[in-house]
Design a protein around this ligand. Structure first.
Ligand SMILES: [Zn+2]
Length: 259
């Protein structure tokens, strides 16, 4: 459908557009839970199933995102044992403040869980000492980017609040990648660092020579020389799928190739 442009979205804090209220995303059994606090380890506390108001389109695309995470757990879990998706933590959806939350077109995720065996806490794992957990966080960022064009996270954090949640919105749709967007550049930088071993890579969302060499390294490892993620949405999605598979499976770049 297309939401208003960002100048208009940020010009007011008044809620607008239709919304629905749901306590699930993707399938009715995949409930949402509101994060009320953090425990002493810094993990989110999500005591009960919660309903959220959001635009029907955000609910639809959020559901596709969770379905994709379920498939990722079934096919590419780090242990090799398939895991099934169970529930989603959120900090908010439709909120009467400036930006896409006021249309209900934005979701703030706090946790994705495939049972107690596999989860990612978005306040803890983005900067974990564990490469496996950082890769899992990167995997969910990549899946988010297939369905939402703007993804703010621990390494793409213009206002300093995204160290504890991932914001996605449909102000930008799941279009081809574009190196003028921090959302897209940070994913490539992060993948180069944590999948391809470019430990010196700076994740700053700015395209430059170092990022280009990281991109070219990934492109070679992924066998993706002929797939330009900026050419078309499907090509961008193919790259996000590759990054997500490696991230979830805790694999080094090249474990999966584009075909
Ligand atoms: Zn948000």
């Amino acid at each position: 459908m297309g939401f208003p442009g960002s100048a208009e979205a940020f010009a007011s804090s008044k809620c607008a557009m239709d919304d629905i209220t749901r306590d699930w995303l993707g399938r009715t059994e995949w409930k949402m839970r509101y994060r009320t606090a953090f425990n002493s380890g810094g993990y989110g506390v999500h005591p009960s199933v919660s309903s959220f108001r959001m635009h029907p389109e955000a609910h639809d695309y959020g559901g596709r995102l969770i379905e994709a995470l379920h498939d990722l757990g079934r096919n590419h879990s780090a242990t090799g044992e398939p895991v099934s998706y169970t529930w989603t933590g959120l900090a908010g959806a439709k909120v009467c403040k400036t930006g896409y939350h006021r249309y209900g077109a934005a979701l703030d995720f706090t946790k994705f869980a495939w049972g107690s065996e596999a989860l990612v806490d978005l306040a803890v794992h983005g900067e974990s000492d564990s490469l496996r957990m950082r890769r899992r966080y990167l995997a969910v960022v990549a899946v988010c980017r297939k369905f939402f064009g703007t993804v703010l996270h621990v390494h793409n954090d213009p206002d300093g609040s995204h160290w504890h949640h991932i914001h996605v919105d449909r102000g930008r749709e799941g279009v081809a990648l574009d190196w003028d967007f921090g959302t897209d550049v940070t994913i490539v930088q992060w993948a180069a660092r944590d999948l391809a071993g470019m430990t010196e890579m700076v994740i700053d969302g700015i395209w430059g020579p170092q990022t280009r060499s990281g991109y070219e390294l990934l492109r070679d490892r992924f066998g993706a020389r002929s797939v330009d993620p900026t050419a078309a949405a499907d090509d961008g999605h193919a790259w996000m799928d590759l990054i997500a598979r490696h991230g979830m499976a805790d694999g080094d770049a090249g474990e999966f190739t584009i075909d």
